[in-house]
Design a protein around this ligand. Structure first.
Ligand code: CS2
Length: 439
């Protein structure tokens, strides 16, 4: 039997306690992968459990029909398995109504964005989904040529303006530095080129708050699905697996209504930057270093790499001595405690977080994870031994016979091959735009 609205769930499994059938969709989420299902959709489900209404989520996959095929036959329901060292808990999340595939049904996506009930369009499209060129501005040809977020949001915004509807909040939940401001600038660039008459309306009616999103969500495996089925008593092809920890810090700058996410654990703040910078440079910076250094040493999982007595001190130094000093902490933000907590999270043996999952898209991740820290120290005449060894490990990875999953894969492999790899990657005209210059 497959999970669905009629499944009788075991008492140990939390389920939605609001009437799903009557909730309007207030959110369109583009990029409905495992991360969204284990993070924003859970906060939204919690908000509706706590009494908020009409914040159903219409999920959108830009190209792949995989998630739609998993969730639509289940009426949008799926399981989140939270794995702590002490054991696993299951809950069924009801916030997602259904999933659209933009490449197959563009008009349905545009109609959802243009619906009067929609107030928020949110995004987890990964770093590369923003289609930035080397200088950080929008690669317009790519945005026009592919089923990109820009095409659907651009058309949806134009339809809203034409219908006299209110503006939207565009909520980026990806690991980019200043993700809201970055999305806004990219979206403006697209509108200026394709819908110039919408630009002024966009500026006055829409908002793009920045967010810091954090929860470790390994890719679900067949073994995970089998274990979940054994407890649930039903097959769930859309199940996701995650850790107990979850954090969401959101700049409180919305165009219209929003769920009361602050009642269910999110932090709504005036300035996200200190949280976002700490997360990118400490958590994600350490993650990418663990990936390349750990793979080089033959490890498969994050918990194995952090348990390696040669690797752990490099990662501790990266977080505490290299990344933390570059961050102007917010009042009450304790970066030393943050590093302690991250070491514990990385060591979680129940998560089985694969290093290759983190190693992908290095060209898109490394600038905000490593290079800003390196540049900060370079401007002060200092060097970063841990980050420099992480860079060496990335280059060794690019030279190895590991498959390279990265939009710049071929160029990276070619640049990394020769003796001048550092200059070809990070030099003045290098592949990776950077203020840091290798010594
Ligand atoms: C990871 C992130 O895959 C990666 O690059 O560093 O997905 C990380 O697990 C999340 O950002 C944690 O919040």
């Amino acid at each position: 039997m497959r999970l669905g609205p009629d499944t009788a769930l075991p008492a140990s499994v939390q389920a939605p306690d609001y009437d799903r059938a009557v909730q309007a969709a207030g959110i369109v989420h583009i990029g409905i992968g495992a991360f969204h299902r284990a993070h924003q959709a859970v906060y939204t489900d919690d908000a509706m459990n706590a009494g908020d209404r009409d914040w159903g989520i219409i999920g959108v996959s830009l190209r792949s029909g995989g998630v739609a095929a998993q969730l639509n036959p289940q009426g949008g329901l799926y399981t989140v398995a939270t794995r702590r060292a002490a054991g696993t808990r299951l809950r069924v999340v009801g916030a997602v109504r259904h999933v659209l595939v933009a490449a197959d049904d563009a008009q349905a996506v545009i109609d959802a964005i243009a619906a009067p009930t929609t107030h928020i369009v949110s995004f987890t499209v990964t770093e590369k989904g923003y289609l930035r060129g080397a200088d950080g501005t929008l690669d317009l040809a790519a945005a026009r040529g592919a089923p990109s977020l820009y095409r659907f949001v651009g058309a949806g915004l134009a339809a809203r303006k034409a219908a006299g509807l209110g503006g939207l909040t565009l909520l980026s939940c990806d690991n980019l530095a200043g993700n809201g401001a970055a999305l806004k600038a990219l979206m403006r660039q697209y509108l200026a080129a394709e819908y110039s008459d919408v630009l002024g309306w966009f500026d006055s009616e829409c908002r793009a708050p920045s967010t810091m999103i954090d929860r470790i969500v390994p890719a679900t495996t067949d073994a995970d699905r089998a274990a979940i089925e054994a407890t649930l008593g039903a097959r769930d092809d859309g199940a996701v697996v995650t850790e107990g920890f979850s954090q969401w810090v959101i700049e409180d700058d919305f165009a219209g209504p929003r769920p009361r996410w602050e009642n269910v654990g999110a932090e709504l703040v005036a300035d996200v930057a200190p949280y976002e910078t700490a997360k990118l440079r400490m958590l994600n910076g350490a993650h990418s270093a663990l990936a390349y250094i750990g793979l080089g040493k033959g490890h498969d999982y994050v918990h194995q790499a952090i348990a390696d007595a040669d690797v752990r001190p490099v990662i501790e130094r990266l977080m505490r001595a290299e990344a933390a000093p570059t961050i102007a902490a917010a009042p009450g933000q304790d970066l030393a405690a943050y590093a302690d907590a991250l070491l514990d999270r990385f060591a979680n043996p129940a998560l089985n977080h694969r290093l290759v999952q983190i190693a992908m898209d290095g060209s898109q991740k490394i600038p905000q994870r490593w290079l800003e820290t390196l540049a900060w120290h370079q401007q002060r005449g200092a060097r970063c031994s841990s980050l420099e060894s992480a860079i060496a490990a990335w280059i060794a990875f690019l030279r190895s016979d590991h498959p390279i999953d990265d939009p710049l894969a071929d160029k990276l492999r070619e640049a990394a091959a020769g003796p001048d790899a550092m200059a070809k990657l990070f030099g003045e005209d290098g592949l990776i735009a950077s203020e840091w210059r290798p010594a």
